[in-house]
Design a protein around this ligand. Structure first.
Ligand code: M6R
Length: 604
């Protein structure tokens, strides 16, 4: 949550805005920049999106600067307004600070600093950092930041600039990511790799507790004790183009259309002769044979992917799998023994609750396998092993292609665990390997039909998604997608639960999205559809091609090809993403940056 960008070396003010633009998906309540001009600190900040800031400072964009820091905010402490926007400054108006995370002891620090004579102007927790740096500054900015962070409790990624210190800017992190790179003449730091891809794809991830000193073209890294450490770099495969819209109206639409490619990239090298190979799990064969329980932890869409995994794995053989949202799991007294495998799913690899759950598991001696999309993210560094989904950067706040990538990797994991235990599922492996083509054909043949169906439902304020078995998680995911980008009150239920309460909601103004594909629970679903029709609800049904009898009883039908039961979640996932997209587009909403949300939830 929130984006940080900074650079040092010859550049223009515009560089800060361009960097922020690429991070805006992480938060967009307000945006701001700071740089030094002739020993004076210049801070420009504004409520709203980065483009509003750009317009606000349009006359200064070409100004040359030697260093700057920038921030796009998702508000935690203090309402989104100009004063609470970052950078925050100190009493001397020389020091500027940008911050991601939450300073948990900010009230105590603020009171203490006020007692010492510091004057505060904002409601933010961040402002204490500026005053602490002021308090400790005696000419050495690195040392002042080092002392300041020793006083902080909570989570932070911070960037600090001092108007009198021309040749360096300082960054520090604890549980909130920061990435560094240099291109020979300039050095850069950002809260994720996207704005760095055009600079140098050889990057260094700052570790917890470390501080970075950036000078033009170089950077050094220190422990919080002040000891210098040797950085290890990582090459990022993503290209700058991957993080651009490529002609689509929104990133979300582009990312949905990338799904066939995502499936193919997730499968490449992992299936050979109808067998699954996961080289990431090498060395774990004996351990995996002994595993008798899997705990899956994740949030939001990743949690829904975990639920599909549970249904899929259980369809292969009865197995003990628990799937839990991380924000609950981290506070539970869970039993973890040496036969338990914990699978942590996170597209970003930075979700605070998932990371804390992983730390809980590890503190109890458990092993953690991460499923992530972001190379070098905190999750991948803290987990014992990682399987990457290789989806490329996902910019839209609503997760789409990453969900499809998570599903296929989780299927591979289930099939690999089966193989390790001597269970052969050649036909299923073959079918999974056909997914890229299947997804491609489906998008080509059905995208327009889904758009047409969605257009009819632009005006509704409520929606209920229902499904059974392996398609129940798809109902949850479809409802989440619709609510987060179109602000429709959308809910997902197991269809069998309708009679236990939710059916009371239904009438002609409350449509139902029913998943009634040709699987072993189709007949039950048709009964549920009839129940909803009896309450005058409009029904959109996801059916298997040829099911004309069900099509006759519903208001709108979207047809999928005949598939084995376990493949439906992939195409249903895409269908619901497109449906939600077109409803939101019909309402002319800011689809890639829905209100109140941010891409990675790095606070609790
Ligand atoms: O990065 P993660 O997969 O850990 O993120 C988890 C959720 O925050 C995320 O899936 C969220 O629900 C998305 N906005 C859904 O579209």
């Amino acid at each position: 949550m929130c984006g940080i960008y900074g650079f040092i070396g010859e550049g223009k003010v515009e560089e800060l805005i361009n960097g922020l633009k690429k991070l805006e998906y992480r938060g967009y309540d307000s945006a701001g920049i700071a740089f030094a001009k002739d020993g004076t600190l210049v801070v420009e900040k504004h409520t709203g999106k980065v483009d509003e800031l750009r317009d606000f400072i349009s006359n200064d964009l070409k100004d040359k600067i030697r260093a700057g820091i920038a921030h796009t905010r998702w508000a935690t402490h203090g309402v989104p307004n100009d004063v609470n926007a970052h950078p925050q400054t100190d009493c001397t108006n020389k020091i500027a600070v940008v911050h991601n995370g939450i300073i948990e002891n900010f009230s105590a620090l603020r009171a203490q600093l006020q007692a010492e004579g510091h004057k505060f102007t904002s409601q933010t927790d961040t402002e204490v950092v500026a005053h602490l740096v002021e308090k400790y500054f005696e000419g050495d900015l690195l040392e002042a930041v080092r002392k300041a962070i020793l006083d902080l409790e909570g989570t932070y990624a911070i960037g600090v600039l001092h108007a009198d210190v021309e040749d360096e800017i300082i960054f520090a992190r604890k549980k909130s990511p920061l990435v560094l790179t240099a291109d020979g003449e300039r050095s850069f730091c950002a809260s994720d790799v996207t704005p760095l891809l055009s600079k140098n794809r050889e990057v260094v991830f700052l570790e917890d507790g470390q501080i970075a000193r950036l000078k033009a073209g170089t950077f050094e890294i220190f422990e919080s004790s002040g000891k210098k450490v040797q950085p290890t770099s990582k090459y990022i495969e993503w290209s700058e183009k991957d993080a651009e819209k490529g002609g689509y109206k929104h990133f979300m639409l582009k990312e949905i259309h990338e799904e066939p490619r995502v499936l193919s990239d997730a499968l490449v090298g992992r299936i050979k002769d109808d067998e699954v190979y996961l080289k990431e799990l090498e060395g774990w064969e004996d351990y995996l044979k002994s595993v008798d329980k899997i705990n899956v932890i994740a949030c939001g869409t990743s949690y829904h992917a975990g639920l599909v995994f549970k249904y899929f794995f259980e369809s292969l053989r009865p197995f003990n799998i628990e799937v839990e949202v991380s924000s609950e799991y981290r506070y539970r007294n869970v039993l973890i023994d040496d036969k338990t495998l914990t699978v942590a799913i996170s597209q970003s690899g930075e979700t605070a609750d998932t990371l804390e759950s992983v730390r809980l598991v590890k503190s109890r001696g458990g092993k953690v396998l991460a499923i992530s999309n972001v190379v070098g993210s905190t999750l991948t560094r803290e987990a014992d092993k990682t399987i990457y989904i290789n989806a490329g950067p996902e910019i839209s706040v609503a997760s789409t292609k990453a969900y499809i990538g998570q599903l296929v990797v989780l299927y591979l994991l289930a099939l690999y665990l089966e193989k390790i235990n001597g269970h052969d599922h050649k036909e299923i492996v073959q079918n999974v390997s056909k997914l890229p083509q299947l997804a491609d054909n489906f998008i080509i043949s059905s995208a327009d039909k889904i758009e047409n169906a969605a257009e009819k439902y632009v005006g509704y304020s409520n929606f209920m998604y229902i499904g059974r078995g392996i398609n129940f998680p798809s109902a949850l995911e479809g409802a989440l997608k619709l609510k987060e980008i179109s602000y429709t009150n959308a809910v997902g239920y197991q269809a069998g639960e309708l009679k236990h309460g939710p059916i009371a909601l239904l009438d002609e103004k409350f449509p139902v999205m029913a998943i009634a594909v040709d699987d072993k629970l189709r007949e039950k679903m048709i009964s549920n559809i009839l129940e909803t029709k009896a309450r005058n609800a409009h029904v959109v049904a996801i059916l298997t091609k040829g099911d004309e009898s069900t099509a006759k009883i519903v208001d709108d039908a979207i047809f999928l090809p005949q598939l084995p039961d376990y493949l439906y979640p992939f195409l249903i996932g895409t269908t619901f993403q497109l449906f939600a997209y077109h409803v939101a587009n019909g309402r002319n909403l800011n689809i890639d940056m829905p209100r109140n949300l941010a891409k990675s939830v790095t606070v609790e």
